[in-house]
Unconditional design. Sequence first.
Length: 379
Amino acid sequence: MPTRREFLRNLSGATAGIVFTGCCCADGAFGSALRQQSVASRATGSKHAPVMINGRRVVVVDVHSHVRVPEAWELVKDRIGREGHYGDAAQANPDNVGNIRNVDKRLADLDVMGIDVQAVSVNPWWYWADEDLARKIIQIQNDKIAEFCAARADRFVGLGSVALQHPSLAVAQIEEGVKKLGMRGFAIGGSVNGDDLSAAKFNPIWAKAEELEALIFIHPQVSGTPIDERRLQGNGNLDNVIGHPLETTLALTHLIQDGTLDLFPKLKVCAAHGGGYLPSYSGRNDECLKAFPKECRPLKKLPSEYLKQLYYDSVLFTPEDMRHLIAVVGVSQVVLGTDYPALWNRTPVDRILAIPGLSDAERLAIFNGTLSRLLKIKA
């Protein structure tokens, strides 16, 4: 059993170049105890200490956070219960900490989590809306996101909303969002009213996003869960815990298998929650080419190779989960995400530092290097 001094000396060698005051990311009981103490202190409202790599302050960027816009809720509150899909009303209702007006609360929480810059977006809940209503919903949401980000341009960038169910309208919304409102990308669901994102009618949307170099952030919705809802009832919040990763898995698989990523090779797509289940079982898609060649036609490259042209947030829950994701897709494709204001990932910086085997440059890429490029942030 090493002494405390030996432990710290070994830790110093293992994490050369990284200075993170108030947190220890090493394995073992002592490191675990310090992590718990650090988490407990931040739970009481203490600011997270800055991350330093090789003597330089690291700006930490979060790709995955949610806001809700009260003005959009006013447009639909008398209709969404009748016309919306399962779960839409809960996503749209602004009566929680995600209300876009709660900026002081959000900033305080970001300071506790150690987040310097956050991309904000609205979880899609409007795919049921007719074209006129959808236009109004998106306009007010994107205007409010733009105002929110402009007021604190040092802390926030916007991922706009689009009405994917009306592709021509969505193309115009992307154009306006980027060129007029300064959106850095757009948040979408994993499917649209039962249609997969690879459907040909969505190709003009991907073409416009590719042209404008806008990041597409795929976030699954309960309404898109591709399984009988009755099987996701019962204990365990299964429509979220199981349904959301499953929806993302299918969304990415269709983009790969149906050729969308071949048509738009420069399209920038980031998947929430570490890409669902696909990175953990991608070899099965490759093996299908051998086992069932008639059903699994060849693509331009192996299905697993397409994973390396997508991006994934860090909303995973163990160092080993993160290590495996990086091993499959490459560290350049993994970025930090919190899922704020949900409680999935309240210690995002700690979790990145806890990933075994990363170099300083690789940690820096996850903290801000890749997102600074994708979201056009000067970090």
